[in-house]
Design a protein around this ligand. Structure first.
Ligand code: TLP
Length: 344
């Protein structure tokens, strides 16, 4: 039985068209700034985000870390949601690499409230760490793929800037937020001092992320990229996949969202799971395992035996992610298999 892999939108494989674009990419040495395809991708993404410049990096983790690292000094505090990716899934990098301290706030489905941010910013006082950066994630992964209302982003930016802080936007799935809200990526990015975006999530490229901001931030990011060993050479083969993804796979994200809603509604019918269907805004579906004596690991193992791979968000919750490689028919099959697995 072929497995239906709903663990993440990172599992997508390059399509034939994307592979052709990669094979035909014009390349050069990007550490010298001489890869024309990387340069074209950077210019394209900077324009999409309405920022002065952008830098191609291997991963979303590196994009977040060098963007924030370029704005932090040791002992500085980062105000963010307590469930954000940068705090939970980046190997403690904010502390390990930049010596930053974290002020993790309880967001509502991962989204911060401007008043909550204001409250968390420390007054200038020799006793306190210096509040330096606010970090927001759009869409929010652990929050359930939630989309920030643009007014909230604007209000958080206003608070941060008034209090002398900078704003970093983790936009690994900003494309999904835009597909949902109908807003341009630049509408969100306009409020941020640094933005990271990924090509390897819903867009389906095999690798690659970008950091965007003003020229001085991107120059600093470039230095940090080299320091961390992220300076790639003929990276145009990857950039070509990213350009192809931006051109061809952005509009179809709405299909993933539709599939996620249908999946969530079907899972909500199963007594073994509890799903907040109304909370599903984009391509992530979280389901709490309610079956007596079962935890998420046990449920995930049962699903695997029935040909469906799901992520374990924590000990109680499964995560299902819809993406390019799981068309509507496969979602229907997945629903049947999940129902069978949790019944048996
Ligand atoms: N998220 C991955 C895992 O790391 C959890 C996933 O499967 O969802 N920001 C956000 C909001 C992300 O969700 C991710 C990846 C990243 C950054 C990091 O991207 P990569 O994996 O390219 O380092």
């Amino acid at each position: 039985m072929d497995l239906i892999d709903l663990r993440s939108d990172t599992v997508t494989r390059p399509t034939p068209g994307m592979r052709r674009a990669m094979a035909e990419a014009e390349v050069g040495d990007d550490v010298y700034g001489e890869d024309p395809t990387v340069n074209r991708l950077q210019d394209t993404v900077a324009a999409l985000l309405g920022q002065e410049a952008a830098l191609f990096v291997p991963t979303g983790t590196m994009a977040n870390q060098i963007a924030m690292g370029a704005q932090l000094s040791p002992g500085d505090e980062v105000v963010c949601d307590q469930g954000c990716h940068a705090v939970n899934y980046e190997g403690g990098a904010l502390a390990a690499l930049w010596g930053a301290q974290i002020r993790g706030l309880p967001g509502r489905r991962g989204l911060l409230d401007p008043a909550q941010v204001e409250e968390a910013i420390r007054p200038a006082n020799d006793h306190h760490p210096r509040s330096r950066l606010v970090e927001i994630e759009n869409t929010h992964n652990r929050g359930g793929g939630t989309v920030y209302p643009i007014e909230t982003v604007a209000a958080i930016a206003k608070v941060a800037h008034r209090r002398g802080l900078r704003l970093h936007l983790d936009g690994a799935r900003l494309w999904n937020a835009c597909a949902k809200s109908g807003l341009a990526p630049s509408a969100y990015a306009a409020h941020a001092d640094s933005v990271s975006v990924c090509l390897s999530k819903g867009l389906g490229a095999p690798a690659g992320s970008l950091v965007a901001g003003d020229r001085s931030l991107v120059a600093d990011a470039r230095r940090l990229r080299k320091r961390l060993g992220g300076g790639m050479r003929q990276a145009g083969v990857l950039a070509a996949a990213g350009l192809y993804a931006l051109e061809n796979h952005r509009e179809r994200l709405a299909e993933d969202h539709e599939n996620a809603r249908r999946l969530a509604a079907a899972l909500a019918e199963l007594p073994a799971l509890q799903v907040e269907v109304d909370a599903v805004e984009t391509n992530l579906v979280f389901a709490e395992v309610r079956r007596e004596g079962w935890d998420a690991a046990r449920a995930a193992a049962a699903l695997r035996e029935h040909g469906v791979l799901a992520g374990e968000a924590d000990s109680r919750r499964l995560r299902f992610v819809t993406h390019l490689d799981v068309p509507a028919a496969a979602i229907t099959a997945a629903i049947d298999r999940i129902a069978a697995a949790l019944r048996s």
